[in-house]
Design a protein around this ligand. Structure first.
Ligand SMILES: Nc1ncnc2c1ncn2[C@@H]1O[C@H](COP(=O)(O)OP(=O)(O)O)[C@@H](O)[C@H]1O
Ligand SMILES: [Mg+2]
Length: 273
């Protein structure tokens, strides 16, 4: 398995224009782990993902990345002297968003190859790598299609292929399947689980769906209130077999997440302080 990176969010608070949106967030995911974050709308989930991805810096606290027992508060970079493809594939972190955010004027292959193109990878190498990802997502027949010709589910699969083409060590997913119908969503959940297992990447998924969180993650945290606070993590220890979504332990874990999501605000403050 490739060297995934772990993430340790330590006492992170964040303010936008003086207003606190995240209050003392503490959460940890080990290399190759799968963490799901669920919670109130406006509770700071997207902001937390942006902080972890390094798009913004926390007002206080720190985000530490761990790999092979070592810690580094920067994401690691490719050593000098390697090929552009290897350097692009050393890119540590990828994002995947709800709308997919495909470029409408580029076809499927060009969209998936984009992160490699931005890293200066040659056309031949980036198209080979993109075609490999498209094959994994059963999208080989669609490489010449434009985003407007695709269903919502296919667009999200293209977006996942694009997020994974750099072989990230950490994959950040912000409500990726939130706009899809339930049947498509269940299929994509299963594809995401398989990709996570095959690639060995660390995954952090923000989702509105308790079932999706419990079904995919090894650990679920609930983020509540304004400013957003993180409740104690719930460890998901049910086997992920085909029937797990209807098993008693699965339903009991969903119930625990639901209890945290509906906990009165004064209780949230007590358990997080
Ligand atoms: N760039 C920004 N500037 C100012 N306020 C922001 C910005 N991004 C998010 N916020 C505010 O921070 C809070 C948390 O937002 P967000 O992280 O998007 O929550 P969630 O993803 O849980 O719905 C909201 O009140 C939102 O309005
Ligand atoms: Mg959000």
């Amino acid at each position: 398995m490739r060297d995934a990176i772990g993430v340790h969010v330590r006492g992170v608070s964040h303010k936008f224009a003086g207003a606190n949106v995240i209050d003392h967030a503490d959460v940890q995911v080990k290399p190759g782990g799968f963490l799901a974050i669920v919670g109130d709308s406006g509770g700071g989930k997207t902001t937390l993902l942006r902080l972890i991805g390094g798009l913004i810096a926390p007002s206080s606290g720190e985000i530490v990345f761990t790999a092979g027992g070592e810690s580094d508060s920067q994401s690691d970079h490719a050593p000098r002297g390697q090929s552009a493809l290897a350097a692009a594939q050393a890119n540590a972190i990828s994002f995947c968003f709800q709308e997919g955010r495909l470029l409408p004027w580029r076809n499927v292959l060009q969209n998936v190859a984009l992160p490699l193109e931005l890293n200066g990878v040659s056309a031949q190498e980036r198209h080979t790598a993109a075609r490999e990802m498209l094959a994994k997502m059963q999208l080989s027949d669609s490489e010449h299609k434009m985003p407007a010709q695709l269903s919502g589910g296919m667009r999200m699969r293209v977006a996942m292929a694009r997020a994974l083409v750099t072989r990230p060590k950490l994959l950040l997913l912000d409500e990726p399947f939130g706009a899809l119908d339930e049947v498509t969503r269940l299929a994509l959940d299963e594809e995401l689980r398989q990709l996570w297992q095959q690639t060995g990447t660390t995954a952090i998924l923000v989702t509105h769906s308790i079932q999706e969180a419990v079904s995919l993650a090894q650990q679920v945290v609930v983020m509540r209130g304004k400013p957003g606070r993180i409740l104690p993590a719930i460890v998901i220890d049910v086997p992920k077999d085909a029937a797990h979504r209807t098993s008693m332990p699965f339903v009991a874990l969903c119930e625990r997440v639901y209890q945290q999501m509906t906990l009165p605000t004064n209780e949230v403050v007590k358990v997080t302080r």
